[in-house]
Design a protein around this ligand. Structure first.
Ligand code: FES
Ligand SMILES: [Fe+2]
Length: 331
C-alpha cells in the first residue's frame, strides 16, 4: 500500500522553491513549437516555473535559448509569448542590444567606463533541444539528452500516426491549486465517473488504465463504440499530449507559485477537418470540471486536517510513480 505525499508539500512556498531547482531547473521544460519561430529573428518566450526564458532563431537557422534577462539591470528582452525581434534582441528597459547569438552588441548610451567590457555581458545561455519540433529547455544544463526522456513517446506517436502541423491556437486557464494537485488529477482516470459524466458516457471507465513507460504515463481506455480514437500521454514533470481524431493538443501544466497553476494549451488542429467550436467547447467542459474538483481538493489540503491518504493499485499507478519521483527530486 502506497501512502500519498504529505499535504504540506502542496501548500508550502519553501517546497515550491525546492521543486524549482530539483524538478524544473534540473529537467526538460516545454517552451513551444518550432513553427512559432520559423525565421531568423523569430522568438518563443515563456518561463520555467516562473523563471523567464526565450528561444530565438539566428541568421544561421539555429534556435538558441537564453534567460529573458538583460545583463544591465534585469530588464526583459521580449515581452510577448512569440514574435519577431528583428536582427537583434533589444532590452525593453534601457535599450541594450544583443545579437541573436547572445553577445552584447551595444550598451546603448551607457557612456565611457574604462572597466566595462561588453564581452563580459552576453546573455545567459540556456540549453535547448527539440523533439519532433517541440522545443524544450534545461536550465541547469545537466539533464540527460531530451531524446532519452521522449523515447517512449516515439513508438506511441508512430503507432497513432500523429501528424504535427503548425500551431493553430494557444489558450490558457488559471487554477487556484498547486501544480501537483492538477498533475495528479491528470494522471488517473479514477475520477472520470464522478467528475466527468459526459466523458464517462463515451469510454469504458471500468477498464481505464494508466501505464508507465519510463517517464511517460500512457492512458489506455476502450471507447464504448469500440473505436480507439484517442491517445493521452503525459511526460514528466508537467506536460501532456492529448491526441484526438481532429488533431493534437499539448497541455502544459505550469506552476505560477505554490498555490497557482496555469494550464497552457497549444492546439495543432487541421482546420479542414476540425470543428473548432465543438473541439474547444469539449475541452472547456473537461477543464472546468477538473478545475472545480482540483480547487476544492486544494482548499482541503490547505485546511490542515488531511495529511496523507492511500493510492489505489488499480487506478493510481501513475500518481504513485509521480509522487515517488517527486519525493526523490526534492529530497
Ligand atoms: S535593464 Fe536592460 S538595458 Fe537596462
Ligand atoms: Fe479530469
Amino acid at each position: 500500500m502506497q501512502a500519498t505525499l504529505p499535504a504540506v508539500l502542496y501548500r508550502d512556498p519553501a517546497v515550491f522553491e525546492r521543486e524549482r531547482a530539483g524538478v524544473f531547473a534540473a529537467g526538460w521544460s516545454f517552451l513551444g513549437h518550432d513553427s512559432e519561430a520559423a525565421g531568423a529573428g523569430d522568438y518563443i518566450a515563456g518561463d520555467v516555473a516562473g523563471l523567464p526564458v526565450l528561444a530565438v532563431r539566428g541568421e544561421d537557422g539555429a534556435l538558441r535559448g537564453f534567460h529573458n534577462v538583460c545583463r544591465h539591470r534585469a530588464g526583459p528582452l521580449v515581452t510577448d509569448q512569440s514574435g519577431h525581434c528583428g536582427g537583434e534582441l533589444t532590452c525593453k528597459y534601457h535599450g541594450w542590444r544583443y545579437t541573436l547569438d547572445g553577445r552584447l552588441r551595444s550598451a546603448t548610451g551607457f557612456g565611457p567606463d574604462a572597466g566595462f567590457d561588453p564581452r563580459d555581458f552576453g546573455l545567459h545561455p540556456v540549453r535547448i533541444e527539440t523533439w519532433r519540433g517541440f522545443v524544450f529547455v534545461n536550465l541547469d544544463g545537466d539533464a540527460g539528452p531530451l531524446a532519452e526522456l521522449t523515447a517512449p513517446l516515439d513508438g506511441l506517436f508512430d503507432r497513432f500516426g500523429v501528424v504535427i502541423g503548425p500551431t493553430t491556437l494557444r489558450r490558457s486557464h488559471d487554477l487556484a491549486c498547486n501544480w501537483k494537485t492538477y498533475v495528479e488529477n491528470y494522471l488517473e482516470g479514477y475520477h472520470i465517473d464522478v467528475v466527468h459524466p459526459g466523458l464517462a458516457a463515451e469510454v469504458d471507465t471500468a477498464r481505464y488504465r494508466v501505464r508507465m513507460d519510463g517517464a511517460v504515463a500512457v492512458h489506455e481506455v476502450p471507447t464504448l463504440s469500440g473505436v480507439n480514437d484517442g491517445l493521452w500521454a503525459w511526460l514528466w514533470p508537467n506536460l501532456a499530449f492529448n491526441v484526438y481524431r481532429y488533431g493534437l493538443m499539448v497541455e502544459h501544466m505550469k506552476p505560477v507559485d505554490h498555490g497557482r497553476t496555469r494550464l497552457d494549451y497549444l492546439y495543432f488542429l487541421d482546420p479542414e477537418t476540425a470543428d473548432m467550436d465543438a473541439v474547444l467547447a469539449a475541452s472547456d467542459t473537461l477543464t472546468a470540471e477538473d478545475r472545480v474538483i482540483c480547487e476544492a481538493v486544494q482548499r482541503n489540503l490547505d485546511a490542515g486536517i488531511y495529511d496523507q491518504g492511500v493510492l489505489s493499485p488499480r487506478h493510481e499507478t501513475g500518481v504513485a510513480w509521480f509522487q515517488t519521483r517527486l519525493a526523490g527530486a526534492i529530497a
